[in-house]
Write a protein that binds this ligand. Structure first.
Ligand SMILES: Nc1ncnc2c1ncn2[C@@H]1O[C@H](COP(=O)(O)OP(=O)(O)OP(=O)(O)O)[C@@H](O)[C@H]1O
Length: 244
């Protein structure tokens, strides 16, 4: 489980997270949905201890990410593509991460197969990878430690419709195995396809949340639900003189 409680983060004049609170449960695919600059990556970076919150806290399975003895075995994360150096061979990138985290080379092969990268591509250099292949490699590295919690920042970017379908199968399977799955996206229809539950963000705040099925049932589509909520929230913001 991921628990985010009143997380606030500022960078000088800019607020990237403003009292953000939500829970991502085990066995559920939770989507953090919002437009560019809404604060999704900022919150995910704080969950993974890549950034420190100014106030509030985020825990993964009951503790701060970095307080776990081998964090990678508890939570795996993917930010911006593969995270690999372009000159590295894909398999060597994963082997390096595996060895520094006391994981076996056999697990490297398992995750390469899990993300459906073809054996002929394993030894290719990452710079030769398409965007979609880089996404798959990034997802593979997040899964290396077979963690309870997986966090993917915009995993659908660069994937074609078949790739999106594959991603949905993968994430649904992980949730079915009892894992906590958190993904961010600004893509409404993809999120509607992939997530069970959504946390809606705009201008660094949570503006709503709910089960995707319920929101689609009530509003016709997740996109409509999102924009209705967005309009209301921005209206309330302007009523109170909040310019963000
Ligand atoms: N290190 C930083 N320094 C200054 N501003 C930052 C920093 N990190 C994030 N921000 C700002 O915080 C806001 C939220 O950014 P963030 O990347 O979290 O949004 P996002 O929802 O992930 O957007 P996208 O969908 O475009 O990735 C933006 O205005 C961004 O410019």
């Amino acid at each position: 489980m991921i628990e985010v409680t009143n997380v606030t983060k500022t960078h000088g004049q800019i607020t990237s997270a403003d009292q953000v609170s939500f829970i991502a449960e085990a066995g559920v695919v939770t989507g953090l949905l919002g437009p560019n600059g809404a604060g999704k990556s900022s919150v995910m970076r704080i969950i993974c201890d890549l950034d420190r919150a100014d106030a509030g806290q985020a825990t993964v399975c009951g503790r701060r990410y970095r307080e776990h003895p081998i964090p990678m075995r508890v939570a795996g994360a993917q930010f911006e593509g593969s995270g690999a150096h372009p000159s590295r061979r894909a398999i060597d990138h994963l082997r390096w991460i595996a060895r520094t985290n006391r994981l076996s080379d056999a697990r490297v092969i398992e995750v390469l197969e899990l993300v459906d990268l073809q054996p002929r591509d394993w030894k290719r250099r990452v710079r030769e990878y398409s965007l979609g292949m880089q996404q798959r490699l990034g997802i593979a590295s997040a899964l290396l430690g077979d963690p309870q919690v997986v966090i993917f920042d915009e995993p659908a970017n660069g994937l074609d419709p078949l790739g999106i379908q594959w991603l949905r199968g993968l994430l649904t399977g992980l949730a079915r195995d009892g894992k906590t799955v958190l993904l961010s996206s600004h893509l409404m229809s993809e999120t509607e396809m992939i997530a069970d539950r959504v946390v809606l963000m705009d201008r660094s705040r949570v503006i709503g949340e709910g089960d995707v099925k319920d929101l689609v049932h009530a509003h016709g589509s997740l996109e409509k639900a999102f924009f209705e909520r967005l309009e209301l929230s921005r209206q309330q913001g302007s009523d109170t003189g909040d310019a963000r």
